[in-house]
Design a protein around this ligand. Structure first.
Ligand code: SF4
Length: 620
């Protein structure tokens, strides 16, 4: 850590702790040394998870916690700094879990005077947690229980007023589906890892925070304003890749991804999709006129959200904020669905019922492959033709999953547990790591991405330790094995600092380089962070997350990939013939462990690494 650069130290770190069992709350403060080491958002959340959610705690028990963490930039109006990080122990994976969403909630938390909210215990009956600048109210929510997210939010906000913003679960969370998500009141999703089920297990329908009038302070407001101005100018000059990101959002890339052989299709049996153009946001917007409005998070000039509406045909009336890239892949190409209107309908249903679109789509894609291979028949599926391309069956299954009905009850367990039940070798094409369904990338043709899926701290997600695939493709090094450990370490570091700001990932490769981050966080927190300090902070957070999972019993044997990706060469596209053999994966993991100064064989952080990162208090 660098020396203190200014005398003023930020007051970031105010915690509201709520006990649902007793209906009480109290205010606590995180000391500034801890803040300076873990920053905020994901970093501080990891520290709280380590301290408070130990290995004896069951994910769906009252002892598990729901943590909402903002960061020093949240609510300041800084572009893309709208994120809130939610953390818990995952009912899907049993690992440390965090998920994030933008919107207005983070700004409300900080303006109400709460940087972090920790919810523990369990209410006796369904409740809404209302948080105001003066304290909390735990209100009865039986009348909303069972309601979809949009209608429930409509009634709740009608009752409490528009000065509140927050997050709510749908029937999937109430029914404890392990990949139930949480929706915000501005159509954003805390999607991954089952936060919705943990809220459901606490009888907690919604957390709503009232906007207050607290001034959000910066340790060095002058420096902050200068950087703000510089970055806003930069944003306006280049809002993304030309104007296309602002116009199409993340859904712009399906066609390009397919052309590169990187769009998982039919449960990763292929990597190119013949209907990739049809399901891209470019086509939805410019050719089909499905976009009715651009939407955005608090303070963000990019407005990458695309509110879509289907006006005619079999899906008339379907509407959602999106779909964005991951939902298009999971509910589209992964299931062999090339009808964008069907994808919008499926996305809407997931959001209404409160299901993670990625886990839902990949679980259904897995079932489709089981059915087509004859591992399941109509008797198993309750008469459903669970085949690739059957959009009607996707909609039926989403609903059945959320209510644990019929065949849906099996898929509600997630791909890993469903494969264990179906057996017959189906684990080979169950596309998960540590129980987390994979995001929409093809690691066989981008070997750094293989490390991300195998060794990410929340299971097979595409986010937690970066997204190196784009740099790999740009540099033409995607098929190479050597050098990927250091590459992933570098991507992970930037991602972790972004998540601890916390800022939106889509700012990546725009105006947020290391120099900007060091100046910004120094201005916000009142410590002089060098770029080296930030690398150290990122390594500290990454290592602590890994230690959390090791304490839960995970080992390097869990850092693996689905059999298909290791045994089956890519059949189509420019990456044809590529795979990540078990030997390749071992090599890649050893590179990554070595780069992180973890034991090369076991992936366990070394004692000297823990000491160097000021994590000497971590005992494994
Ligand atoms: S880029 Fe999109 S998701 Fe990110 S903060 Fe802006 S509007 Fe929200």
């Amino acid at each position: 850590m660098g020396k203190i650069g200014v005398n003023i130290v930020s007051d970031f770190g105010r915690v509201l702790r709520v006990d649902l069992s007793s209906g009480t709350s109290k205010i606590e403060k995180i000391d500034q040394e801890t803040v300076s080491r873990f920053i905020g958002g994901r970093g501080l959340g990891a520290k709280i998870m380590w301290d408070e959610v130990g290995p004896a705690i069951e994910a769906l028990s009252p002892e598990n916690k729901v943590i909402l963490a903002t960061g020093p930039l949240t609510g300041t109006g800084f572009p893309t700094a709208s994120r809130v990080i939610m953390l818990t122990k995952s009912p899907l994976t049993g690992t440390y879990m965090y998920t994030m969403a933008g919107g207005r909630l983070g700004a409300n938390m900080r303006q109400a005077g709460y940087d972090i909210i920790i919810v523990e215990g369990k209410a006796e009956k369904p409740v809404n947690l209302l948080i105001t600048p003066d304290g909390i109210k735990v209100r009865e929510a039986q009348y909303l229980w069972g309601m979809g997210t949009t209608l429930a939010l409509y009634h709740l906000k009608n009752e409490i007023g528009s000065s509140f913003s927050g997050a709510i679960i749908g029937p999937a969370g109430e029914n404890l589906i392990p990949y139930a998500g949480v929706s915000t009141d501005d159509w954003r999703q805390f999607g991954r890892g089952g936060l919705g089920a943990v809220m459901g297990s606490k009888n907690l329908k919604a957390i709503m925070v009232e906007k207050g009038h607290k001034q959000i302070s910066m340790a060095d407001p002058g420096q902050y304003k200068q950087i703000f101005k510089r970055i806003m100018t930069d944003f306006k000059a280049k809002p993304g890749n030309g104007d296309s990101f602002a116009r199409y959002g993340t859904g712009e890339s399906q066609e390009a991804r397919s052309a590169l052989g990187g769009l998982p299709t039919s449960n990763w049996a292929q990597c190119t999709f013949s209907k990739a153009r049809d399901i891209s946001m470019n086509y939805m917007r410019d050719n089909l006129g499905l976009v009715v409005k651009d939407t955005g998070c608090f303070g963000c000039p990019l407005r990458c959200g695309k509110l879509t509406l289907v006006k005619e045909g079999p899906f008339a009336g379907a509407s959602c904020d999106g779909p964005e890239y991951e939902s298009i892949f999971a509910l589209g190409s992964a299931c062999g669905i090339g009808d964008p209107e069907a994808i919008i309908a499926a996305n809407q249903l997931c959001d209404e019922l409160g299901l993670d679109t990625i886990s839902a789509g990949v679980s259904i894609a897995f079932a489709m492959e089981c059915f087509e291979r004859g591992y399941l028949d109509r008797e198993d599926t309750g008469g459903l033709e669970v085949r690739f391309g059957n959009s009607k069956v996707v909609l039926t299954l989403i609903e059945d999953i959320a209510y644990r009905r019929g065949f849906g009850a099996l898929l509600a367990m997630g791909t890993k547990r469903a494969a264990e039940q179906i057996g017959q070798g189906s684990e080979y094409f169950a596309m998960h790591v540590k129980g987390m369904e994979l995001g929409g990338y093809e690691p066989r043709t981008a070997k750094g991405q293989a490390i991300v899926f195998a060794a990410g701290n929340r299971g097979g997600c595409h986010h937690a330790i970066g997204l190196p695939v784009f740099e790999e493709l740009k540099l033409g090094i995607h098929k190479e094995i050597e050098g990927k450990g250091e590459l992933v370490k570098r991507h992970a570091a930037l991602r972790i600092i972004q998540d601890s700001g916390p800022n939106c990932t889509f700012a990546y490769n725009r105006s947020f380089d290391w120099q900007n981050w060091s100046e910004l966080l120094s201005a916000a927190l009142g410590h002089t962070y060098t770029i080296e300090d930030l690398y150290t902070a990122a390594a500290r957070i990454n290592t602590l997350e890994r230690c959390y999972n090791i304490r839960e019993g995970f080992t390097s044997a869990d850092d693996t990939l689905p059999g298909r990706l290791m045994e089956e060469p890519v059949p189509d596209g420019p990456g044809s013939g590529e795979r990540v053999s078990p030997e390749d994966l071992r090599n890649l993991l050893e590179q990554y462990y070595t780069a992180m100064n973890w034991d090369t064989d076991t992936g366990i952080p070394k004692k000297e690494t823990l000491e160097k990162l000021n994590l000497e208090w971590v005992k494994l």
